[in-house]
Design a protein around this ligand. Structure first.
Ligand code: SF4
Ligand code: SF4
Length: 90
């Protein structure tokens, strides 16, 4: 699975940057077309959900998604043929 932020929904509140135990969300640098500074993702393949959601068949951790006031965070299937990144950190 791949972590995505919906730039049309995000308002740049940065709550997600505070809750992720892996510090996957970082404060963005540039405003987008709506003037919102959307957080950047730092090696999102480390996310528990990205690695194990399919295996367990349900959402794991999910702190970022729960705290996001605009439902801007979700996971999507990788496209076929795109190599899957896997990163594990202890
Ligand atoms: S689900 Fe958990 S580990 Fe994955 S990005 Fe969100 S807060 Fe971080
Ligand atoms: S918590 Fe949601 S709205 Fe706030 S910066 Fe993160 S993705 Fe954007």
């Amino acid at each position: 699975m791949r972590l995505v932020i919906d730039e049309k929904r995000c308002k740049g509140c940065n709550l997600c940057t505070m809750v992720c135990p892996y510090h996957i969300f970082k404060q963005g640098k540039k405003p987008n077309a709506r003037g919102v500074v959307v957080p950047e993702l730092d090696r999102p393949e480390r996310c528990t959900n990205c690695r194990l959601r399919k295996l367990y068949g349900r959402t794991l951790c999910g702190m970022c998604q729960m705290i996001c006031p605009d439902q801007a965070i979700s996971w999507e299937e990788e496209k076929p043929g795109v190599p899957r990144k896997v990163a594990i950190e202890y």
